[in-house]
Ligand binder design. Structure first.
Ligand SMILES: [Zn+2]
Length: 140
Protein backbone atom coordinates (compact mmCIF):
# COMPACT_ATOMS: atom_id res chain seq x y z
CA UNK A 1 0.00 0.00 0.00
CA UNK A 2 1.35 3.39 -0.96
CA UNK A 3 1.89 5.73 1.91
CA UNK A 4 0.00 9.00 1.52
CA UNK A 5 1.73 12.07 2.73
CA UNK A 6 -0.75 14.12 4.71
CA UNK A 7 -0.09 17.48 6.30
CA UNK A 8 -0.17 17.07 10.08
CA UNK A 9 -3.12 18.74 11.81
CA UNK A 10 -1.27 20.56 14.54
CA UNK A 11 -3.98 23.07 15.46
CA UNK A 12 -7.44 23.25 17.00
CA UNK A 13 -7.63 19.81 18.63
CA UNK A 14 -6.13 18.07 15.64
CA UNK A 15 -8.62 19.50 13.12
CA UNK A 16 -6.50 22.18 11.41
CA UNK A 17 -3.23 22.23 9.50
CA UNK A 18 -0.82 25.13 10.05
CA UNK A 19 -1.90 26.72 6.78
CA UNK A 20 -5.63 26.34 7.55
CA UNK A 21 -5.03 27.87 10.97
CA UNK A 22 -3.22 30.93 9.60
CA UNK A 23 -5.81 31.47 6.91
CA UNK A 24 -8.46 31.39 9.69
CA UNK A 25 -6.53 34.04 11.65
CA UNK A 26 -6.03 36.17 8.51
CA UNK A 27 -9.70 36.19 7.63
CA UNK A 28 -10.65 37.08 11.21
CA UNK A 29 -8.28 40.05 11.21
CA UNK A 30 -9.43 41.17 7.77
CA UNK A 31 -13.04 41.05 8.95
CA UNK A 32 -12.16 43.32 11.86
CA UNK A 33 -10.40 45.73 9.52
CA UNK A 34 -13.56 46.22 7.43
CA UNK A 35 -14.98 48.69 9.95
CA UNK A 36 -11.65 50.38 10.68
CA UNK A 37 -12.35 54.15 10.76
CA UNK A 38 -9.34 55.28 8.68
CA UNK A 39 -10.81 53.26 5.77
CA UNK A 40 -14.08 55.21 6.03
CA UNK A 41 -12.05 58.41 6.36
CA UNK A 42 -10.01 57.58 3.26
CA UNK A 43 -13.16 56.96 1.20
CA UNK A 44 -14.80 60.14 2.50
CA UNK A 45 -11.79 62.18 1.35
CA UNK A 46 -12.01 60.82 -2.20
CA UNK A 47 -15.79 61.24 -2.46
CA UNK A 48 -17.97 63.79 -4.23
CA UNK A 49 -21.65 63.98 -5.22
CA UNK A 50 -22.32 62.31 -8.55
CA UNK A 51 -23.92 64.51 -11.19
CA UNK A 52 -24.08 62.10 -14.12
CA UNK A 53 -27.04 60.42 -15.85
CA UNK A 54 -27.36 57.35 -13.56
CA UNK A 55 -30.36 57.91 -11.27
CA UNK A 56 -29.30 55.49 -8.54
CA UNK A 57 -25.72 56.67 -8.17
CA UNK A 58 -25.38 59.37 -5.51
CA UNK A 59 -21.61 59.60 -5.06
CA UNK A 60 -18.40 58.90 -6.91
CA UNK A 61 -14.81 58.38 -5.80
CA UNK A 62 -11.52 59.50 -7.31
CA UNK A 63 -8.83 56.92 -7.99
CA UNK A 64 -5.52 58.12 -6.52
CA UNK A 65 -3.63 56.59 -9.47
CA UNK A 66 -5.47 57.41 -12.72
CA UNK A 67 -7.44 60.34 -11.15
CA UNK A 68 -10.69 59.23 -12.83
CA UNK A 69 -14.00 59.05 -10.95
CA UNK A 70 -15.75 55.75 -10.18
CA UNK A 71 -18.84 54.43 -8.39
CA UNK A 72 -18.46 52.72 -4.99
CA UNK A 73 -18.50 49.24 -6.58
CA UNK A 74 -15.50 50.01 -8.80
CA UNK A 75 -13.08 51.16 -6.09
CA UNK A 76 -10.93 49.59 -3.40
CA UNK A 77 -9.29 51.14 -0.37
CA UNK A 78 -5.69 50.11 -0.89
CA UNK A 79 -2.91 49.79 1.69
CA UNK A 80 -0.03 51.81 0.20
CA UNK A 81 2.38 49.61 2.16
CA UNK A 82 0.62 46.23 1.81
CA UNK A 83 -0.24 44.19 4.91
CA UNK A 84 1.79 41.37 3.39
CA UNK A 85 1.72 37.70 4.27
CA UNK A 86 0.62 36.05 7.50
CA UNK A 87 1.68 32.43 7.51
CA UNK A 88 3.40 32.07 10.87
CA UNK A 89 3.51 33.69 14.33
CA UNK A 90 6.54 35.79 13.37
CA UNK A 91 4.49 37.56 10.66
CA UNK A 92 1.82 38.61 13.14
CA UNK A 93 3.16 41.88 14.63
CA UNK A 94 4.03 43.46 11.27
CA UNK A 95 0.86 42.22 9.60
CA UNK A 96 -1.37 43.70 12.34
CA UNK A 97 0.52 47.01 12.32
CA UNK A 98 0.21 47.36 8.54
CA UNK A 99 -3.40 46.14 8.28
CA UNK A 100 -4.65 48.45 11.03
CA UNK A 101 -2.84 51.51 9.71
CA UNK A 102 -3.89 55.15 9.81
CA UNK A 103 -5.30 57.09 6.86
CA UNK A 104 -1.86 58.22 5.61
CA UNK A 105 -1.13 54.65 4.47
CA UNK A 106 -4.46 54.31 2.65
CA UNK A 107 -5.62 55.37 -0.82
CA UNK A 108 -8.65 54.85 -3.02
CA UNK A 109 -7.83 52.94 -6.20
CA UNK A 110 -10.18 51.91 -9.00
CA UNK A 111 -10.37 48.15 -9.54
CA UNK A 112 -8.21 48.46 -12.67
CA UNK A 113 -5.36 50.31 -10.96
CA UNK A 114 -5.69 48.07 -7.88
CA UNK A 115 -5.28 44.91 -10.01
CA UNK A 116 -2.15 46.35 -11.61
CA UNK A 117 -0.66 47.19 -8.20
CA UNK A 118 -1.54 43.79 -6.68
CA UNK A 119 -0.03 42.01 -9.67
CA UNK A 120 3.15 44.08 -9.42
CA UNK A 121 3.43 43.24 -5.72
CA UNK A 122 3.02 39.53 -6.46
CA UNK A 123 5.73 39.66 -9.12
CA UNK A 124 7.99 41.57 -6.77
CA UNK A 125 7.62 39.04 -3.95
CA UNK A 126 8.22 36.23 -6.48
CA UNK A 127 11.43 37.83 -7.71
CA UNK A 128 12.50 38.53 -4.10
CA UNK A 129 12.01 34.86 -3.31
CA UNK A 130 13.99 33.90 -6.41
CA UNK A 131 16.81 36.20 -5.27
CA UNK A 132 16.73 34.63 -1.81
CA UNK A 133 16.89 31.15 -3.34
CA UNK A 134 19.82 32.18 -5.52
CA UNK A 135 21.60 33.70 -2.53
CA UNK A 136 21.10 30.52 -0.53
CA UNK A 137 22.27 28.20 -3.27
CA UNK A 138 25.31 30.28 -4.13
CA UNK A 139 25.89 31.21 -0.49
CA UNK A 140 26.42 34.86 -1.46
ZN1 LIG B 1 -7.50 54.10 -11.41
Amino acid sequence: MAKRVTTPKTRNSGTMTESAFWSFIRSGLRQKSRWWKPITECKAKAKRPYKGPLKRQKFEYQCNQCKNWFPDKKINVDHIVPAGTLTCAQDLPGFVERLFCEVDNLQVLCTGCHDVKTQAEKNESKSNKAVQRMRRSKKL
